[in-house]
Design a protein around this ligand. Structure first.
Ligand code: ADP
Ligand code: MG
Length: 222
């Protein structure tokens, strides 16, 4: 309907606005951080570290929004999904062991998909990070690769906190977070990356039982 169209236009406009603000904010942020690094010795150590980590947090938000704009240096190539996934899993192995989390990956079928390697890594990273954060007291994360029709399916399951219907319905909305230290941008980026690759995502979750994220990626994209 007309109203839906108008809402879509508003959203697109808000998105473009966010991206251009992010670009504008980045340079002054870099300046402030540089000057803080130079004059940090004059500050109380606690003030210095807090200011640095808050600046890092701002930088992270800014760079996540910039991904939403025209992502630079996208290179679509035929890649083995499993190889990319394994690189990301390596990053989490240590943290998983430390937190008593079993991290398993198995594959029935790993297909070649046409994708941008960096974006794929970012996508797996954001989803696995959420799975880890849903398991503060240990548990398991299971990754499974198989093929459904002509799509590669990547299933990431955790037996952590899970989500209420309400939280789940807002997934992908910017700044929607239930975490004190979260920024609510991770899943927005994931959705954007999946759309760029003409894939789709399904999430199933139950409070106190866990979450399953299914990603379907076509082997070839137009
Ligand atoms: P953030 O992780 O910074 O909060 P995200 O966009 O990555 O932002 O996730 C948004 C919200 O979705 C999270 O705050 C959390 O409530 C919920 N969520 C996402 N993944 C999971 C998961 N695997 N288990 C439980 N909740 C999740
Ligand atoms: Mg997250």
């Amino acid at each position: 309907t007309e109203e839906m169209l108008r809402n879509t236009e508003k959203l697109i406009f808000a998105g473009q606005l966010a991206v251009s603000i992010a670009h504008e904010v980045r340079n002054p942020l870099t300046t402030v951080k540089g000057m803080l690094q130079l004059s940090g010795k004059q500050l109380k150590p606690h003030f210095y570290t807090t200011m640095m980590s808050e600046l890092d947090r701002m930088n992270l938000i800014v760079s996540e929004f910039m991904i939403l704009g025209k992502p630079q240096n996208i290179i679509f190539k035929e890649e083995q999904c499993l190889a990319i996934l394994q690189e990301v899993l390596t990053i989490f192995e240590f943290q998983a062991t430390m937190n008593g989390i079993t991290l398993e990956c198995e594959f029935t079928q790993s297909l070649e998909i046409r994708c941008d390697r960096n974006q794929m890594k970012q996508m797996f990273l954001n989803i696995l990070k959420n799975a880890m954060e849903a398991l503060p007291y240990g548990g398991m994360i299971h990754v499974h690769l198989d093929a459904v029709d002509a799509d590669q399916r990547i299933r990431i399951t955790d037996n952590g906190e899970g989500m209420t219907e309400e939280v789940m319905s807002k997934i992908g909305e910017p700044f929607h977070t239930t975490k004190p230290e979260g920024n609510g941008l991770g899943m927005m980026i994931v959705q954007k990356i999946i759309a760029t690759h003409q894939g789709r995502m399904k999430i199933a979750s139950k409070r106190n039982e866990g979450t399953t994220v299914d990603i379907y990626l076509p082997c070839t994209i137009r």
